[in-house]
Write a protein that binds this ligand. Structure first.
Ligand code: SF4
Ligand code: SF4
Length: 173
């Protein structure tokens, strides 16, 4: 192959690349100036988990361990406890509740198997993705981090198709 053919082929490749780049310039920009502008996440997005409560604020989790058994990453740790007090006084909706409920986000792969396995709809994926930390140990989240009534919510995202700034499922504390 001659040098001239080589130069022509290279020039053609460069022109092709430049044409593609220039054609993108007038198009709508998808870049978001996060965190100044909120990021839009899709309704199916799997973010940090939420542990749910019933209408009276009682925890729905009955510490059955099904989520932990379904987890392929072995990142859920639960300690069960029994609270025989009347419904109005106890922590959970049922007598049995999770005294300890930890998820290690250093291992979680956000597969959603735990959510599928739960017979009480006690755990779902929320939309919070801001879980970056400087220390690996801080990726271990406890019940206080996961409970829907306690989890700190960010204003830095909105859910697509939602009219609110953040998903209505979230509560600010
Ligand atoms: S999302 Fe998957 S990896 Fe993460 S805790 Fe649930 S089952 Fe385990
Ligand atoms: S979150 Fe659901 S599956 Fe997991 S221990 Fe609680 S009730 Fe059982």
């Amino acid at each position: 192959m001659s040098i001239i053919t080589d130069v022509l082929r290279s020039s053609s490749a460069i022109l092709k690349g430049m044409k593609r780049t220039l054609s993108e310039i007038p198009r709508e920009k998808w870049t978001v100036q996060y965190p100044e502008e909120p990021v839009t996440v899709q309704p199916r997005y799997r973010g940090m988990h939420l542990l749910h409560v019933d209408e009276a604020g009682k925890e729905k989790c009955v510490a059955c361990y099904l989520c932990a058994a379904a987890c392929p990453s072995d990142c859920i740790y639960i300690e069960a406890e029994t609270d025989p007090r009347p419904y109005a006084d106890r922590i959970g909706r049922d007598e049995r509740y999770a005294k300890v409920y930890n998820i290690d986000y250093g291992r979680c792969i956000f597969c959603g198997f735990c959510v599928e396995a739960c017979p009480k709809d006690a755990i779902t994926h929320g939309y919070n993705f801001e879980i970056s930390v400087y220390n690996r140990a801080d990726l271990l989240k406890t019940k206080d981090d996961l409970l829907i009534t306690k989890q700190k919510q960010s204003k830095n995202y909105r859910v697509a198709l939602s009219t609110e700034d953040v998903d209505s499922e979230f509560k600010e504390v």
